[in-house]
Design a protein around this ligand. Structure first.
Ligand SMILES: [Ca+2]
Ligand SMILES: [Ca+2]
Length: 206
């Protein structure tokens, strides 16, 4: 009986290890979050069609990875159906937020008719909906691959430790009129991940 228990324990351990290895690194083909498409909603609630004018805020997926030779950084990626480097009139806001060690963090960028702002990342205060502190990150707004990448210094996001989990990974997009328009800054259109096809945590590798 004892032997059997040990066998079960060992195979569970192996399963966990195998699972961890396959689950640690996200990619475009195997993202942490896979959203549905054609699901941008008016005020974040009401579905509408056609969606053609809003494909530049339609989230496809989000994933995280790390590079062994650049291990002090986390690569956070957001894939959009058809990313544009300039909007026609709106302030388009692209965000990924997540939890680590009971704190909430976020990466964001705004794209205006004039183009994208800096890529920001840091800890956020959920109630105030604002950064507690943030850094400007390297990265890309790539309208050919339709991917936004934030290359985030780990010391700006709580120094997540090897083997620990980043949880509650939530990509979201918002479209509103820019502040300069004088029109109230209400999110007219949003894509939220509550209807995502799949979601999983990310385990820090390095
Ligand atoms: Ca979507
Ligand atoms: Ca969605």
């Amino acid at each position: 009986m004892k032997k059997k228990l040990v066998t079960i324990f060992v195979s569970m351990l192996l399963f966990t290890l195998t699972f961890s290895i396959t689950a640690t690194s996200g990619s475009e083909e195997d993202p942490e979050i896979e959203d549905r498409i054609r699901d941008v909603r008016f005020l974040g609630v009401f579905p509408f069609f056609p969606q053609f004018n809003f494909i530049y805020v339609d989230i496809v997926s989000a994933w995280i990875y790390e590079e062994q030779d650049n291990a002090d950084f986390l690569y956070m990626n957001l894939k959009i159906r058809d990313l544009e480097e300039n909007t026609e009139k709106y302030d388009a806001i692209y965000v990924i937020s997540w939890m680590y060690d009971n704190n909430q963090y976020s990466s964001s960028v705004h794209i205006f008719p004039e183009g994208p702002t800096s890529l920001l990342s840091g800890q956020i205060d959920v109630e105030r909906n604002d950064y507690v502190n943030f850094v400007e990150c390297d990265g890309n707004v790539d309208d050919v691959k339709d991917i936004i990448t934030w290359i985030i210094p780990k010391d700006a996001i709580g120094n997540p430790s090897t083997g620990l989990k980043i949880t509650n990974i939530v990509p979201h997009t918002h479209l509103r009129y820019p502040e300069s328009s004088g029109i109230p800054m209400l999110d007219l259109f949003k894509d939220l991940p509550w209807n995502a096809i799949s979601t999983r945590d990310y385990i820090i590798k390095y």
